[in-house]
Design a protein around this ligand. Sequence first.
Ligand code: SAH
Length: 493
Amino acid sequence: MANFDSKSHRGNYNNRNTHRQAGGNHYRSTNRRRETPQVQVEVGQRFPLTIKRMGINGEGIGYYKRMAVFIPGALTDEEVVAEVTSVATRYLRAKVHRIRKTSPHRVEPRDSYADQVGGFELEHLDYPAQLRFKRDVVAQALERYQPEGYRHYDLRPTLGMDDPYAYRNKAQFQVRRNAEGQVEAGLYAERSHDLVDLPTCSVQIPVTMHVMRAVVGMLQDLDMPIYDEEQGSGIVKTLVVRAAAHTDDVQLVFITNSPKLPHKHDLLTRIAAELPEVTSVMQNVNPGKTSLVWGDDTRHLAGAEAITEKIDGLAFKLSARAFLQLNPYQMEVLYAEAKKALNLQPGENVVDAYSGIGTIGLSLANVAEEVRGMEVIPEAVADSNENAAANGITNAHYELGTAEELLPKWVMAGFHPDAIVVDPPRTGLDATLIETILAVHPTKLVYVSCNPSTLAKDLVELAHDYHVDYIQSVDMMPQTARCEAVVKLSRRS
Ligand code: SAH
């Protein structure tokens, strides 16, 4: 999904559409490369198309004169009239002009704008079929990279939600003033910077949308200077609302173009009076035109500096810029799977690599001899060490730095991990880290992945020395094409 923030810009990258690059693109090459027929096709041209399967971004794929056609919104086995939207050497992109034969799995999306913005790629597909799709995405990625023994991997059915809506704990919406002078907050339309206003959103936890829309109303009433991308003028760029599902904490962050926040007093007074559910108000300053949503300078405006989420009986302080899984309900499923796959025994040392606020490592601390973790966002590292202390955990320590730098350093200094759990961003593991893991050769290795493509690619290296016991996909983001997976690896003897 494009600009609906997620693990792809955990921390602070607003890398819209990165999933189409960063190892996520299956379009450019396949292992069974055929000669591309020279087909004369033009944008706007229409033809009937049968959808053969679905691609990793949730789009339908059919073939027109042996050219692959990627067509968002079309489902497997549907017959559509496709209208070409772009022509590349090896493939075409198209949109659905008309559906001639509808899939029995097609459902009406709950969000009227589902086909306009990223993050709703599968909202027209029934949920059981979404779950089958996600397992298939893992299979497609393995098929493409072919790590050792991949044909025999145990790909377990994707674990989904009972009610796959109202799960997102964070809304990160761009704010603009439209031509009529109305303040709007939402997401960019795919491949553009045209804002689509989102008055409602079926996947958000309701309180996040309630706070979001109330604040949009306040910005309007106070005639707040809203950021204008073209002019580079105005102040308020982005609103972020994050709710802790297992406490009642809600944090509101204004991301601004300058440290100045006009009408600050009036704004905070109204928030205090009208939005008692908001427990923390922060400002993040991110000047100028940049692809990053977040700047480095975060300031306190009102209430607490952070919110607290409870996971598996532990309390986790969460700073504004720190990453937390977006689905607090499936988060517990994901971590339970990671824990199960790790099967840590007393006396074992474990590394929590890409640790965020320490959620995975701290939940292992009661069994482990020692937990060490590393993370690149300073506030998140501070949170994880505070979280250890606040939960009475004395055998866990988190350090600021990259996994690829710190793991070799620790090992050189004599630390030996028996188990490593990695949970990298969508780009996957750094080559240096893979080398170190293979050199350290821990008995147990668990890979928590949010991108099947980079997972499959990394498995090519890891599978030389590790046996892939199973891959358990977990649906953390229903209605999107995103897929998370927990991979249990064990050292070959
Ligand atoms: N395990 C945590 C966080 C996973 S998200 C959880 O489940 O919540 C991945 C984290 O990796 C992010 O917090 C990001 O800031 C961090 N990160 C990104 N690149 C990194 C690197 N090279 N080394 C260590 N951490 C990194």
